[in-house]
Design a protein around this ligand. Structure first.
Ligand SMILES: C[S@@+](CC[C@H](N)C(=O)[O-])C[C@H]1O[C@@H](n2cnc3c(N)ncnc32)[C@H](O)[C@@H]1O
Length: 325
């Protein structure tokens, strides 16, 4: 800091003196030293380190972001990243200073140290951020080879699942023909561990609107094709194999979903967006369930219906382990 009698700062003498007094305060001095040790001042070079490695790997690592979110530059290499003569962005850093730097001490040290220090405020703040959102996508692993491993894991899970349909929820969406509804249902099925999703035509999966809503869920769940004219046979076979058949529909005899106790082996059939479940299917079901409504609109969107019913099943079976503390 410049001296107080320097002309350029004499005008701000009061502020200068206040700054000097503040810096003499021990914790501020300590904090200013630890900040100088931080990677940003000690090893980061804004030009040499202008790279995808810094942006997607080193900065998340050095700022203590969950390692699930670090993206290795090798991924960009595999995706054919090309240097551009008109732009200085590099793939890798030109030296290893940044990659050899450790996470700032004030981000890693224990909360027990000194609760009033700037260090801990930052740590607490960052921990709070972790609580807000944690994203994980195993298919976007930082190591390219892992995506192959996930493909083969998925294949073996699929085979295993087909062979052991002992229990679980199967969602039948063969009457649904709007891709966004099917994509949304696929996503909900994946999230709540539904055993299989049955749709009228596997080509729906290729639809852009489906994929927009499914956000890749189709890669992680069993999706089977059963056309509406094959559905009665399919449901009969399942009934004979001990599955409970439930229709989600508003009928005179429907049971309130809140009072429904789902069997472990349940098949949930959803209706068409416009016409609902065809009347000749209703007698096939063990029961129909109805989601109670209090508004004036006659029915829910079918994906919303699916989500509410799947959640209800999951809270009785799939998610039970999470409710026991
Ligand atoms: C939009 S509704 C079909 C049209 C509806 N049958 C009507 O007359 O307005 C589409 C499907 O969503 C499901 N659904 C909608 N609201 C429901 C509710 N309150 N309870 C149970 N299922 C419901 C049923 O599977 C239904 O076949």
């Amino acid at each position: 800091m410049k001296k107080a009698n320097d002309d350029s700062i004499s005008e701000y003498k009061g502020i200068y003196q206040a700054a000097v007094i503040n810096l003499q305060d021990s914790s501020l001095t300590k904090n200013s030293i630890s900040i100088q040790d931080d990677f940003y001042f000690s090893s980061f070079h804004p030009i040499n380190d202008y790279s995808l490695q810094t942006i997607y790997y080193e900065l998340p690592r050095l700022t203590n972001i969950n390692s699930d979110e670090w993206i290795s530059p090798d991924i960009f290499k595999a995706l054919m990243f090309e240097h551009n003569d008109y732009h200085p962005l590099q793939l890798y850093n030109i030296d290893s200073f940044l990659s050899e730097t450790k996470t700032s001490i004030y981000l890693t040290k224990s909360l027990a140290d000194d609760t009033e220090s700037l260090a801990n405020s930052v740590e607490t703040y960052l921990e709070g951020l972790h609580d807000i959102q944690k994203k994980m996508d195993p298919s976007k692993s930082t190591i390219p080879l892992y995506s192959d491993i996930f493909e083969s894991m998925k294949e073996s899970m699929y085979q295993q699942d087909l062979q052991s349909h002992k229990e679980g929820l199967i969602v039948v969406a063969s009457f649904i023909n709007r891709p966004p509804n099917l994509g949304g249902i696929a996503r909900t099925c994946e999230i709540f561990g539904v055993k299989a999703l049955v749709i009228a035509n596997l080509d729906y999966i290729k639809d852009k609107e489906f994929q927009c809503l499914s956000v890749s869920a189709e890669r992680w769940i069993n999706i089977l094709q059963v056309k509406p004219h094959e559905l009665q046979k399919y449901l009969f076979e399942k009934k004979n194999a001990g599955w409970s058949l439930i229709g989600a529909e508003q009928t005179a005899n429907s049971i309130n979903l809140l009072q429904t106790k789902f069997e472990k082996k349940t098949i949930l059939v959803l209706g068409n967006e416009k016409d609902g479940i065809p009347a000749n299917f209703i007698p096939l079901f063990d029961t129909c369930v109805e989601i109670p409504q209090v508004g004036v609109i006659r029915s829910l969107n079918v994906h919303v219906t699916a989500a509410i019913c799947i959640w209800q099943y999951a809270s009785q079976h799939t998610l039970r382990q999470f409710s026991q503390v």
